[in-house]
Design a protein around this ligand. Structure first.
Ligand SMILES: Cc1cc2nc3c(=O)[nH]c(=O)nc-3n(C[C@H](O)[C@H](O)[C@H](O)COP(=O)(O)O)c2cc1C
Length: 511
């Protein structure tokens, strides 16, 4: 049984912020904060292991003047399961396991958007003619000291479209401030934006229309940063999650559509000619490392900026480490788990009872819990996963356990690995030289050059920590293949528990 959702439409970023405030989930910071390294440092320290508040910076150094185009920055909203539950219309105390189950269907439901004539995002229109376009008018943070520059696109919806089907795609692809009207972005060919690039190039074009929607309801960043199936537009999925169609307006300088109540929209063209690429990176990435990658990248030439009055710049700090979990990591822990479960189901792997990629590594290491019914089932699961495109940037290490092991409990998984894994019995399997994440520092730099190979290079590992069904049934174990554990029989537990108070266990401790 999965929990019932009651979809919520928050209206826009401001509606979401006020809902967070009412729920006690928001911290407003009125003290002046420097967007140059200080803001990113504060965000990283404040986020905690899924425990920190959402943050609204009201006083950005150098921008808190009446003539400023943008004075506020909002982030850290989805780095906590309570707030992810709010986005999905679930009780705030829903367990991560429930979120994973809900996540299994969330990206496949659709509700088409509604086109409207205009909206608040058109309150200010800055074009190249008359008003000079200058993205420096926005307080794009220098998030981390080792970043290659200031990043304006960190958790925004980058909109492109397929030139043949006209179906739009909305994805999160980081973008650095490269000049007054230049934003180089990181996009891999395997991503849907990459598919669009290929299609535009095949059509003989050197440029592709692009729009960047910054700041809306939480579903914008969530859907844009999630692997919505190819050919399905993220706006349709956002509509289904919030239970109301997303209202879209047409861009001023191209025929892409963006949320009418977005805070800021950057319109432009993505130059596809390598001669026009601008230097981008490095950037503190989701792996928790500043993993090289300073190179010339496809660059947006901005043709127009539209924004609300007094807009709020939505950003996020990337990079998850023990004790400091990013938004991407918390989201990934849920939805990369849901996706993996769906892949296993579609491949016909039976008996899957739970799937979990803990937030600190966001699904690089995936735990699968299964009820085994035949030999080799764990290997079937790993093969199914690794053969799916969902595995491109996740599921490097897969651990499979039996259904008596709680995969949300590190100790339980550790115990299973200790006593159910035998490398000499093929419980450790290496699948060498597969495709993989181009940002993983454990791969040599040459092998993760997207320009050279289009992808990274991963040697994947299965840890089969299930009871070995290749063992013979053993009469000493009552015909089972494995010895019984030391845990008492249910009836003995019940009898002992019935005497628990009498034995003094429930009494208050002496001070
Ligand atoms: C905060 C955040 C930053 C991301 N940065 C990038 C990026 O710079 N480049 C990239 O290709 N994917 C990036 N991703 C991952 C993609 O957004 C994700 O794979 C998404 O599914 C891409 O959209 P698509 O499925 O429509 O291609 C990021 C995701 C998040 C949540």
């Amino acid at each position: 049984m999965t929990m019932e959702r009651k979809p919520v439409a928050y209206g826009d970023l401001r509606g979401w912020i006020s809902a967070l405030k009412s729920a006690g989930e928001l911290q407003e910071i009125d003290a002046e904060v420097d967007p140059n390294i200080e803001l990113g440092t504060i965000m990283r320290l404040a986020q905690g292991p899924g425990t920190g508040p959402a943050l609204l910076f009201n006083n950005i150094k150098g921008y808190n003047i009446p003539t400023s185009r943008c004075r506020r920055i909002f982030g850290s909203a989805l780095n906590n399961y309570r707030r992810i539950a709010m986005m999905l219309g679930l009780p705030r105390d829903a367990h991560a396991r429930e979120l994973v189950k809900i996540g299994r269907n969330i990206l496949s439901e659709t509700m088409p958007p509604k086109i409207v004539k205009t909206g608040p995002v058109k309150e200010n229109i800055v074009t190249g003619t008359g008003n000079d376009i200058d993205i420096d008018q926005f307080p794009s943070p220098y998030w981390n000291r080792l970043d290659g520059g200031r990043y304006i696109i960190t958790y925004a919806g980058v909109v492109t479209k397929d030139p043949e089907t006209n179906v739009m795609n909305v994805g999160v692809y980081r973008g650095m401030v490269g000049g007054r009207d230049k934003i180089p972005i990181l996009m891999w060919r395997a991503q849907h934006i990459g598919h669009h690039v290929t299609a535009w190039q095949a059509a003989g074009k050197n440029e592709m229309p692009i729009a960047v929607a910054i700041g809306w309801e939480p579903t914008l960043g969530f859907c844009a940063g999630s692997p919505v199936p190819k050919g399905v537009c993220e706006y349709d999925v956002m509509g289904a999650i919030r239970g109301e169609p997303v209202e879209l307006v047409k861009c001023e300088t191209n025929d892409l559509y963006v949320p009418a109540t977005a805070e800021i929209v950057i319109e432009g063209v993505l130059n596809l000619d390598p001669e026009t690429y601008e230097m981008e990176g490095p950037y503190a990435e989701f792996t928790g490392y500043v993993a090289g990658d300073k190179s010339p990248k496809p660059t947006i030439r901005v043709t127009c900026i539209t924004h609300r009055n007094d807009p709020i710049l939505r950003g996020t700090i990337e990079g998850c480490m023990p004790g400091s979990f990013s938004e991407n990591a918390m989201i990934s822990s849920i939805f990369r788990s849901s996706m993996a479960w769906n892949v296993l189901d579609r491949a016909g792997v039976p008996g899957i009872t739970d799937v979990w990629g803990p937030p600190v590594q966001a699904g690089m290491n995936l735990n699968i819990q299964m009820k085994q019914s035949y030999r080799g089932q764990a290997k079937q699961a790993a093969n199914a996963l690794w053969g799916s495109s969902a595995a491109h940037v996740r599921y490097k290490h897969v651990t499979v356990v039996d259904d008596d092991i709680d995969i949300h409990d590190y100790a339980a998984v550790d115990w299973a690995i200790a006593y159910r894994v035998n490398a000499g019995e093929n419980d450790i399997v290496i699948m060498p030289a597969t495709f993989g994440l181009g940002l993983d520092p454990s791969t040599r730099k040459r092998d993760r050059n997207p320009a050279l190979f289009g992808t990274g290079k991963w040697n994947r590992v299965l840890i089969d920590a299930t009871i070995n069904l290749d063992f013979d049934p053993d009469p000493d174990f009552g015909g089972a293949r494995y010895p019984p554990t030391v845990w008492p029989a249910e009836k003995d537990v019940e009898s002992a528990k019935a005497r628990w108070s009498e034995l003094g266990f429930n009494k208050p401790k002496r001070g």
